[in-house]
Design a protein around this ligand. Structure first.
Ligand SMILES: [Zn+2]
Length: 227
């Protein structure tokens, strides 16, 4: 099996599926090496455990202590199996689509989807909410799938701008429409805990395309976002 990326054809050693996002939209790719999946998840956990032990030892911590002993393994499992499992295309949610039998013509808005991600510059959490919306092009999607798409792209080291674009691109691909909107409002722990130590700021990013570029449609969408 082959993966095309930035024009180059790269053999995939373990038969993983191609990532359409990688193929068609290089600018919003999560930067990944061609050998990203040469190691199994179990091998990655073992390797990260070793590296994290090294970090803690370098900080001078006593890894023989009961409370610290299991930390390198716990962090490694958390990275691979939970908070970064959206790096693996095998975990991309398979969309469940239904015919739009009821002839619903309005916009569908899914509000306040929890976003748990990690800033790729500091590896600390980004915590916020996403609101996504679309107009049906003949098919509708299971509502929980909208949540799953957001959570899949959030489960990577991210920047909020790229996360917004990746979610929008996937919604367009799955729903076969340009009429999508994505708004994310999130707090970045790297801004709160370090540097400027701003406790109160949050970051808003938005993607509007198709009918959402029309002023009237956008105003309607924004009115639904108000509580
Ligand atoms: Zn950061």
């Amino acid at each position: 099996m082959l993966m095309k990326r930035n024009g180059a054809v790269i053999p995939l050693t373990n038969g993983r599926e191609e990532l359409d996002v990688l193929e068609h939209a290089a600018a919003i790719d999560t930067p990944m090496r061609a050998d990203a999946f040469a190691l199994s998840p179990e091998e990655k956990i073992q390797r990260i455990e070793r590296h994290f032990r090294g970090i803690m030892e370098t900080l001078g911590m006593d890894l023989a202590d009961d409370s610290l002993q299991g930390t390198p393994k716990r962090v490694a499992k958390m990275y691979v199996n939970e908070v970064f499992n959206g790096l693996d295309p095998e975990n991309r949610p398979a969309p469940t689509l239904f015919a739009n039998k009821f002839g619903y013509k309005g916009m569908l808005v899914e509000r306040d989807i929890t976003v748990h991600s990690f800033c790729e510059h500091h590896f600390v959490p980004i915590i916020g909410r996403a609101t996504v919306a679309y107009f049906s092009s003949g098919q509708v999607i299971g509502l929980s799938k909208l949540d799953r798409i957001v959570k899949y792209y959030a489960a990577r080291p991210q920047v909020q701008e790229r996360l917004t674009e990746q979610i929008a691109a996937e919604l367009k691909r799955v729903l076969q429409t340009e009429d999508v909107a994505v708004v994310i409002d999130a707090e970045h722990m790297c801004v709160k805990l370090r540097g400027v130590k701003d406790e109160c700021s949050s970051t808003l990013t938005a993607h509007y395309s198709g009918r959402f570029e029309e002023a009237e449609v956008r105003t309607e969408f924004l009115s639904y976002m108000k509580k």
